[in-house]
Structures are given as structure tokens and as C-alpha cells.
Write a protein that binds this ligand. Structure first.
Ligand SMILES: C[S@@+](CC[C@H](N)C(=O)[O-])C[C@H]1O[C@@H](n2cnc3c(N)ncnc32)[C@H](O)[C@@H]1O
Length: 255
């Protein structure tokens, strides 16, 4: 578990990552010199930093107003002035006008939603994205290698087959991880991981996704789906990784 890839998220929940989001270029290249980019659930702002370096204006948000002073003060004044920090929480507190952003990044946030919050959150993201804008969304999949032995992937895929438009991936993540640790039977490796999760996501359920389902739900609200896949996520702070751990979606709002 390479510590440097992530750290405790000081103001929000979960870990915050020190690695740029996959497909970051898609988000950056949606900057057209006018409306800002949005980094929703920005954590400590690794992707906001990249967007500022790219020359974009950025709205950096998290459940509480993010504090990016750790690195922001080291940037040139023009870049310091190009970022606005604000509180925003999916799905009920998205205090932005319709069509406010040219591009939206929502990296590793959706798994913190409850089942019933997923569709309202997709609707909210669609509403605030300008026509022609791009949404890049990543989150945890139900096929995460570390939880394979718990049968969660099979359960969620079975529910999906029965009722494709119903989100049912919400689970008690810490219990599942503890179960997987027992199966792994190597406490020297799993105990520190469990302890870190206890601190970072206390009492939180996780919602585990299937890329095809999320892509379909996004299509239903009007998005054009450009990428809809699952892939590896070696930065996830767990003891094993697979090639379908992360859901990645790149979606466009039609012109
Ligand atoms: C795993 S961190 C990812 C941080 C950052 N996006 C990154 O990739 O490094 C998830 C972030 O989402 C925020 N978050 C959790 N639930 C949220 C919600 N309902 N709305 C907005 N942000 C949320 C957390 O506070 C946290 O900062």
C-alpha cells in the first residue's frame, strides 16, 4: 500500500489522492476560455491544481468549502485568482445555475452516494454542465478485486439483471473489507488497511457500480457517452488490485 498515493482527506470524507485522475486531459481540454471547470468532491485538489496549471478557471468544491492553501499560495497570483472554492454536496446542495460549467470532474465521489441519491446526482450534473461540455466521472466498481471473495459483484450484477434501472449497490463497506481481510488471512498486511479505512470513512456505506448501468442511466438523462469502461486503479488504498476495479465514464451534453 504505497502511502504517498493518497492521504487522509482533512475536510471531507474518504482518502484524497495524489495521483491525477485517469483521462484528466479530457476534462482539461473541455476548458474553452470562458465558463469555469468544476472539480466536485475535489479533496485536496490534485486535479484542480492541474487545471490551474493548464490555464483554466476552476470552481473547486467539496462537502465543506475546500482549503487548498497548502499548495495554492505557491502558485502565481494569476492562478491563485483563477480558482474559487465553495461547498457543494451531491445531490441536494449544488448551488450553481444551469449550464454554468464547460467541464465537470467528479472523481471518486459517486461511491459515497446512497442508492436513491444516484439519479438525482446525475440530473444535477447534467443541469449545470453547458451544452457541448464534458463530464468525467470515476468511482469504485462492484468488481473490485479486494472484495471478490465476498460475492458482492455477483449479488449486484444479479440485481442489475433483474432491474437494470434500479441502483442497488449500497453496502456496508467496512464490514465487507473486514470479511475480505479475514479471507486474505494476513493481518500484517490487512490490519493497517482496515485501520486506515476506519479513520477515513467511519460508518460510511459505499455504493458499488457497474459501468454499463451508470452509463445507461446517464444516457437516459441526455448525456452522450464517449467512454464507459472499468479498469485498474492501483491508487485505491487496499491490498489487492484487479483490472475492473474502477468505473470510468466520459459523457458529453449535446450542443
Ligand atoms: C475519495 S475523495 C476523492 C477526492 C478527489 N476527487 C481525488 O480524486 O483526489 C472523495 C471526495 O468526495 C467528497 N464527497 C463525498 N460525498 C460527496 C457528495 N455527496 N457530494 C460532493 N462531494 C462528496 C469527499 O468529501 C471527498 O473529498
Amino acid at each position: 500500500m504505497p502511502e504517498s498515493l493518497y492521504e487522509k482527506n482533512q475536510l471531507g470524507v474518504g482518502f484524497t489522492f495524489n495521483t491525477p485522475v485517469i483521462y484528466q486531459d479530457y476534462w482539461l481540454s473541455s476548458w474553452k476560455g470562458d465558463k469555469p471547470l468544476l472539480d466536485i468532491g475535489c479533496g485536496h485538489g490534485v486535479n484542480t491544481h492541474a487545471a490551474l496549471m493548464h490555464g483554466a478557471k476552476v470552481m473547486a468544491t467539496d462537502m465543506n468549502k475546500p482549503d487548498l492553501t497548502d499548495w495554492l499560495n505557491d502558485l502565481p497570483v494569476a492562478q491563485q485568482e483563477a480558482v474559487t472554492c465553495s461547498a457543494a454536496k451531491l445531490p441536494d446542495n449544488i448551488p450553481f445555475e444551469d449550464n454554468s460549467f464547460c467541464g465537470i470532474l467528479c472523481a471518486e465521489v459517486f461511491h459515497f452516494l446512497g442508492n436513491e441519491e444516484v439519479i438525482p446526482s446525475i440530473n444535477g450534473l447534467y443541469r449545470i454542465l453547458e451544452p457541448g461540455g464534458t463530464l468525467l466521472l470515476t468511482c469504485c466498481s462492484c468488481d473490485v478485486d479486494v472484495l471478490k471473495c465476498t460475492g458482492i459483484s455477483e449479488q449486484i450484477r444479479k440485481d442489475f439483471k433483474k432491474s437494470p434501472s434500479t441502483i442497488s449497490g449500497q453496502r456496508d463497506y467496512l464490514s465487507l473489507l473486514a470479511q475480505a481481510a479475514e479471507d486474505f488471512n494476513c493481518p500484517e498486511i490487512t490490519d493497517p488497511v482496515l485501520a486506515a479505512h476506519d479513520i477515513n470513512i467511519p460508518g460510511r456505506d459505499f455504493c458499488f457500480f457497474i459501468s454499463d448501468q451508470l452509463g445507461e442511466l446517464m444516457k437516459n438523462v441526455g448525456f452522450i457517452i464517449e467512454v464507459c469502461e472499468q479498469g485498474e486503479a492501483s491508487h485505491f488504498p487496499v491490498w489487492s488490485h484487479g483490472d475492473r476495479d474502477q468505473v470510468r465514464i466520459i459523457a458529453k451534453k449535446p450542443e
